[in-house]
Design a binder for this molecule. Structure first.
Ligand code: ZN
Ligand code: ZN
Length: 366
């Protein structure tokens, strides 16, 4: 059996070519790529130490000796194994090149590396911040990428349906989270997409509560926000449970959030702005008097990372395109009482949204 490659070599070369076209339109001669997810996307290398430079006449990955064999096996470009990535590799390569305007990822390149690089380069070479070039390419997924996210979502969903109904009063939140993570790995995931959230009772009012040592008590709502990372791709799912009949206010919040989530899902299709999808959810919550309790955006893109463009927020003019994979996850949070969020991972299509985490969204009463 051969090791599964991160992506087909041909697909990687197409991505590099598309990036080069975007660089040309920004009048850049090359781009230094330092984000591990972007390096993986362009070159197929999954190691954690590397710098990639993509230019018209050269695409080179610099990595250290720990990753030499892995890079030789995975990378769809030239590989240089050096002990010091900048001074021993990237710097001298840039000096020898004829590139004058070289882009870098301002939010991904550590300042110390930037300074080291600048010290290597002659004054004729300009380092230009160039944010989001690779992320823009990544926003629209290929059929192969969608297939991976689909498998990742199926894993998360199956783990949830195995563990959710086993919840009992007295179980600690962290115990439930550990069980979910274990099941996802058994089902083929490399691990959870992020630290699995299990929040119960009043803690559900913290949108990003991590699982604590608190025990789940009868009558409490439980919020589970989880996802898998499988073949490098993330999924994201939130469902609500209750141990016994939940309070009337939580039940009413749940109905409102579900209505908002369905309205937002209904609005998703190619060509619609991300802001319009956010508005669809927000309008429903306004009718229920809960708009002020909705303190985050309606969703986000996901893929090689759990949070990717586009963001589905009120001021997001970007239009959805077929092949984007996004979450739809309105929520409301009332401190001292509790919170409700419902989340699906969906593919944007020409006619609507295909839900990858399709399962019942009613409050699951155990
Ligand atoms: Zn989530
Ligand atoms: Zn999410």
């Amino acid at each position: 059996m051969t090791a599964r490659r991160p992506a087909d070599r041909q697909e990687l070369e197409i991505r590099q070519r598309r990036l080069l076209e975007n660089l040309a339109s920004q009048r850049l001669d090359a781009l230094i790529v330092s984000s591990p997810a972007n390096i993986r996307y362009l070159a197929g290398f999954t190691g954690s130490s590397g710098l990639l430079v993509v230019g018209a006449d050269a695409v080179v990955l610099f990595t250290d000796p720990r990753y030499g064999a892995q890079a030789a096996e995975q990378a769809a470009c030239r590989v240089r194994v050096v002990r010091r990535l900048v001074r021993g590799g990237l710097g001298p390569t840039l000096v020898r090149s004829r590139w004058k305007r070289i882009g870098f990822e301002p939010s991904r390149l550590p300042y110390a590396v930037f300074e080291e690089l600048r010290a290597c380069l002659p004054s004729r070479v300009r380092l230009m911040p160039a944010a989001g070039l690779v992320e823009d390419l990544r926003a629209v997924k290929s059929p192969e990428e969608i297939a991976r996210i689909r498998r990742s979502a199926a894993t998360a969903l199956e783990a949830f349906s195995r563990v959710g109904p086993t919840l009992r009063p007295g179980m600690r939140e962290s115990e439930v989270a550990a069980e979910l993570d274990y099941q996802m790995r058994r089902l083929g995931a490399e691990g959870p997409a992020f630290e699995t959230i299990v929040a119960s009772g009043e803690r559900t009012a913290w949108p990003h509560a991590d699982a604590s040592s608190k025990a789940v008590a009868p009558g409490e709502p439980v919020l589970i926000d989880m996802g898998a990372r499988q073949d490098g791709y993330h999924s994201d799912l939130t469902r609500m449970l209750a141990l016994g009949r939940p309070g009337l206010r939580i039940a009413a919040m749940h109905r409102a959030v579900l209505e908002a989530q369905l309205a937002a899902l209904e609005s998703v299709r190619e060509g619609v702005s991300a802001a319009a999808v956010d508005r669809a959810a927000r309008q429903v919550l306004r009718r229920h008097g809960l708009e002020r309790r909705f303190v985050h955006s309606t969703g986000h893109g996901l893929g090689l990372e759990i949070h990717e463009p586009p963001r589905l927020g009120p001021r997001e003019p970007r239009r959805l395109r077929a092949g984007m994979v996004i979450t739809i996850e309105p929520g409301v949070y009332i401190p001292g009482l509790g919170g409700v969020r419902i989340e699906d991972t969906v593919v944007v299509t020409a006619g609507g949204a295909e839900i990858l985490t399709n399962s019942p969204k009613e409050l699951l009463v155990i």
